[in-house]
Design a protein. Sequence first.
Length: 114
Amino acid sequence: QVQLEESGGGLVQAGGSLRLSCAASGRTFSSMGWYRQAPGKEREFVARIMWSGDNTYYAESVRGRFTISRDNNKNTVYLQMNSLKPEDTAIYYCNPRSGARDYWGQGTQVTVSS
């Protein structure tokens, strides 16, 4: 059984930083990602990191401001978010992938005030 534990969301002023964490267990994953969903909008891709190697992928809207990383020993992925903007306000979801199957965390709220 896959278990995901997300943490790190909160309220921050524009220009501030937050770090999200997602601890995963119960399966071997090929990659871990983050998506977000703002009110009234569809869920969108934010970033992904392969579980082995150094490949990372980012949405253009966060490239240069967000950094995804992992700790293999802890089976945990992180999303360091710097220079936050009000438009980054959303629920952020952890998305580990195993083969063709996606798993989703419960989501953590990030609110950026102007």
